[in-house]
Design a protein around this ligand. Sequence first.
Ligand code: IMP
Ligand code: MG
Length: 179
Amino acid sequence: MRHRAEKLELLIAEEDLRRRCRELGEEITADYAGEEIHVIGVLKGACVFVADLIREIDLDLSLDFLGLSSYGSRTESSGVVRMTSDLSVPIKGRHVVVVEDIVDTGLTMKYLLENLRTRMPESLEVCTLLHKPSNAKVEVPLKYVGFEIADEFVIGYGLDDAEYSRHLPYVGYVPQSES
Ligand code: IMP
Ligand code: MG
């Protein structure tokens, strides 16, 4: 029963997630003052974060989603990325902010940014809730980062363990002996 939440250690509490969403929302609001932004949430992991974040942004804003799935083992990214669903509208000429749950090796985000750049947005920035800098394999420009974390496999607040536990309102990790 590895998907049961009671074996998790708390990493980021609900109130800290809420506070950080508010700060990031204020930062984005200030940075794009007078502009419209087009937010792209990366499914499925960013579903919870993007819903909380956009409610803290005070700008004209439109929202779209795309789905990505990276092949690999449970805890290791292979860098081979599959687009499971594409955007519903073009992004040409728009100020795009990509919202992701976590940047680990950076391979998924590198693939995504290269793909989106070919569609000629006016600007393209990334807001990720979590970043594991110790695992980086490629450099990706991350303008907004919620929390830098150690190399733990984290779950909750949209992040899954083999599709389970996305609904947890906090971010936790499985202690090594339990995983
Ligand atoms: P990448 O290694 O930066 O390419 O990350 C690939 C994908 O792996 C991310 O978009 C997440 O969906 C997933 N991932 C990476 N680290 C974790 C984690 O600690 N928990 C859950 N999913 C993760
Ligand atoms: Mg993801």
